[in-house]
Design a protein around this ligand. Structure first.
Ligand SMILES: N[C@@H](CCC(=O)N[C@@H](CS)C(=O)NCC(=O)O)C(=O)O
Length: 226
């Protein structure tokens, strides 16, 4: 039997990397607890070194959170967490069962994991806010064209058929397009809607819009509240 799982995450409004494995676990019906350390909080400063080997979130803990390997075991980094879940739950289709579909899903996830820097930099995830027209430039437009082509080639209803880790990797992009008023067309738009309406994305977003913390480094288009 697998040990109990805990996912260490940050703010649901802002933390796009945290969102990915949270949505994946939710969509695949894998029970887990979440442990939220909000950015720039006293709790983050007190616990991050113990809860995250890299000092970043997300981190997946098996067993007792923040302890040595005999009782707890940590996997950090979103891609590594996806692979760990694939090994722990081979029957949950974290990746597609067909080998070629699996290779394509991993390619799409890795492309997101390592790339789209212009988009990530200029349009940081901010689920509760609306900044239409902000953040667009030539490099961002290039990233968006590639994402649009990738999404338009989705097998349906998700990228490689049924929901898998690759879709979880693009969930924060689907919300960014709403925040910054970027309108896709055709099959890419249909895929975006499918992703936004998935129960995992809905559940995460519902919690995100309730958050009130203002994290200045993720808010290039807003003045700090007084
Ligand atoms: N490559 C990492 C990136 C993780 C990452 O950058 N996490 C951000 C939050 S979305 C973080 O922890 N930032 C805190 C900091 O930089 O101090 C992954 O895939 O998990």
């Amino acid at each position: 039997m697998n040990a109990a799982l805990t996912l260490v995450i940050a703010n649901k409004n802002y933390s796009s990397w945290s969102m990915r494995p949270w949505v994946l676990l939710h969509e695949c019906g894998i029970p887990f607890q979440e442990r939220m350390l909000k950015f720039a909080s006293p709790e983050w400063r007190e616990h991050i070194a113990r809860l995250s080997p890299s000092g970043l979130v997300p981190v997946l803990w098996e067993g007792v959170v923040g302890t040595a390997a005999e009782t707890g075991f940590a996997t950090w980094d979103t891609l590594a967490i996806s692979e760990r879940l694939h090994e722990l739950f081979p029957d949950r289709a974290i990746w597609p069962t067909d080998p070629q579909a699996r290779a394509q899903a991993r390619s799409a996830a890795a492309e997101m994991h390592a790339g789209f820097r212009a988009l990530r930099g200029a349009m940081p995830m901010n689920i509760r806010s609306r900044y239409p027209g902000q953040g667009m430039n030539d490099e961002v437009a290039k990233d968006l064209a590639r994402i649009s082509a990738l999404w338009a080639a989705a097998l349906g209803p998700f990228l490689c058929g049924e929901f898998c880790a690759a879709d979880a990797f693009y969930a924060p992009v689907a919300t960014r397009l709403v925040t910054y008023g970027v309108e896709l067309t055709g099959a890419a738009r249909e895929y975006q809607q499918q992703l936004l309406e998935s129960p995992g994305v809905q559940a995460w977003s519902a919690a995100a819009v309730q958050e009130t913390e203002f994290v200045a480094e993720d808010e290039p288009y807003a003045n700090p509240p007084r």
